[in-house]
Design a protein around this ligand. Structure first.
Ligand code: Q0Z
Length: 286
């Protein structure tokens, strides 16, 4: 990391540093969280996998929408990006009924004001992908909101623009992933504005931490399909009878190795690149 970089913010598993007035450095650690708790054991290379995937998608979607990426650093886990004025909403697209979308549907028959057909099962594919914005909670959980509430936060014109772009991005990446045996159930995108007020895709994009990836060959409705990346960790934590409050348990070597292998497999299947080649030369994803 450059000597002058000053720390700006910490996420559960990432850090942001300011390089200057216009540029930030996003650093993805190898930390992993499950059931909202960061575990004391790292997954080696997880931060590189996520950084490489984000870079891969930024490079392939730049004709749909400009993004904040300026450079990938040689460590494979740090990205230099343009500093944006971030919009105050999380831009979620759902192609399948899972997580809070499933909970809201069971309670109300709707998700973020989208009335859905009756009788859908958990994890079922939706008739068409839906844009389901959420507030950005500083602590705790993001809250799903409807169009009217999101328009209050960003304005009608900007809302219509992010909805259209987010749906286009989801369509592109979900088709790409599906052809490689991976279902993109849903994804959370963050957009910002540049100096000229143009919409720019920021943060991380289409990583396993910001999206639900399901192995297509294990997909079925009526329950939560296994997560592509975190299933070993979840199964191990469940087997302990841990109460899901901090501190989380340490992970044994076989769970670490199996989880690392799943992250690397997601990277290699989605990008078609050998992960070792990425580590040697991160810019190959661009
Ligand atoms: C992203 C976050 C992380 C904690 C701010 N290009 C940008 N311009 C301005 N702000 C951001 C970005 Cl990406 C920005 N976050 C989310 C990331 C650690 C929080 F690595 N917060």
């Amino acid at each position: 990391m450059p000597e002058a970089a000053t720390h700006v913010a910490s996420g559960k598993v990432r850090e942001i540093y300011a390089l200057d007035d216009e540029r930030l450095l996003l650093v993805a650690s190898d930390r992993i969280s499950t059931f909202d708790v960061v575990l004391p054991t790292d997954i080696p290379d997880k931060g590189r996998v996520l950084t490489g995937l984000s870079g891969f998608w930024f490079a392939r979607t730049r004709d749909l929408v400009p993004n904040h990426l300026l450079a990938l650093h040689a460590d494979g886990r740090s990205t230099e990006c343009r500093r944006l004025e971030m919009l105050p909403i999380e831009c979620v697209v759902r192609g399948y009924l899972s997580g809070s979308g499933w909970k809201d549907y069971v309670a109300t028959g709707e998700v973020c004001g989208h009335r859905l057909p009756e009788g859908l099962s958990e994890s079922e594919r939706l008739p068409a992908p839906i844009f389901t914005p959420a507030t950005k909670a500083q602590t705790g959980h993001d809250e799903n909101i409807d169009r009217a509430a999101a328009v209050e936060l960003v304005g009608e014109e900007r809302y219509d623009e992010v909805e259209r772009i987010a749906l286009q991005l989801y369509a592109f990446v979900s088709d790409y992933a599906r052809a490689r045996g991976i279902i993109l159930a849903d994804t959370k995108l963050e957009f910002g504005l540049d100096e000229q007020g143009r919409l720019v895709l920021g943060d991380e994009a289409f990583t396993p931490d910001s999206s639900r990836f399901w192995p297509a060959d294990e997909y079925r409705t009526g329950s939560t399909p296994p997560s592509f990346d975190k299933q070993f960790v979840r199964d191990y934590c469940e087997s302990l009878g841990w109460d899901k409050t901090a501190p989380g348990p340490e992970l044994p070597a076989d769970v670490v190795d199996g989880t690392r292998a799943r992250y690397v497999e997601a990277f290699e299947r989605l990008t078609g690149l050998a992960f070792a080649d990425y580590v040697a030369r991160p810019e190959i994803v661009l």
